[in-house]
Write a protein that binds this ligand. Sequence first.
Ligand SMILES: *Cc1c(COP(=O)(O)O)cnc(C)c1O
Length: 362
Amino acid sequence: MIKFLDLQKINNRFRREIDSRIGAILDKGFYILGDEVATFEQNFARFCGVKHCIGCANGLDALNLIIKAYGFGKGDEIIVPANTYIASILAISENGCIPVLVEPNFTTYNIDPDLIEEKITERTKAIMVVHLYGQAVPMEKIWDLAKKHNLKIIEDAAQAHGAYYQGRRTGNLGDAAGFSFYPGKNLGCLGDGGAVTTNDDELASKIRAIANYGSDRKYHHIYKGINSRLDEIQAAILDVKLPHLDADNERRRQIAEYYRENIKNPEIILPKIYDEKSHVWHIFAVRTKNRDALKQYLEQNEIQTNIHYPTPPHKQGAYEEWNDMSFPISEEIHWMELSLPMSPVMTDEEVGRVKDVINTYK
Ligand SMILES: *Cc1c(COP(=O)(O)O)cnc(C)c1O
């Protein structure tokens, strides 16, 4: 069986180092907001090329903290792609803001920069870009729009740790970015974890306080905060894995290149890239008319796949008020998308077998 993502194999590469770092934490007996978190925050900030990294409990909270720290609330509008994981949109509506959905395009699967300006109103506060499937959003036009209309740019970088746009990493392409370290992400811990990155000193200290009960020092609460912290054990595990992230992403690129050059089946539309370094291939997304049949065919041949995602956010029960709206491009992506096995620990043999089986699909 070729797994979609073999997390055991991914993490067991670091078994000895992880064991010893966890052992050191047990010896020390300090578990929340200690040296491990501070060290990882510094290292991840350096990796992204930003001034600040603030650890938090998960990727949803990272986005939530950014919106809270900016003070966006009731009636404020935030532009977001129509085809994202529900977390991007939940972070907006959780704060009483209005998510304004914008169609993606088929070339990048990311928000279509040409469709943003018509959605900007006096109530628009920010554009949330989502580097979906691991590909950095082409930012040029979005930077111009944000400047012209005085909007913040919030990155949802949960799928794109390490991707570049014009020589800058994700996490450093807007005003603030949210990362997730959910186990299946390109940089994943062994539980939940997340972080915010930013170059804004004031925003950083505000987020740090809000994430810790709104407190800037112990028992002194200046904001109505939340409890959203990265713990010492997860931070230590992330710090073990971070130095290997670029090599892992490079292996993903090799696999993607092999798929893109060798999968030759008229039924299957392969993903496109505009620049090699822009993509870290969190997900290798293909499109096909009869997605469920392809999925079943691969399963019969012992190849696991996934769907990202089966139902568009505007068709979900949680957003009933949007169910009659139409976003045809987003819908088509959701009905046709299939994610092939992709991970840094796949062998050449496995990658070759996925290609062979797909090429025999009719
Ligand atoms: C995973 C993910 C999130 C949420 O991360 P969690 O850590 O699960 O809260 C947000 N946005 C996108 C695009 C994601 O893929």
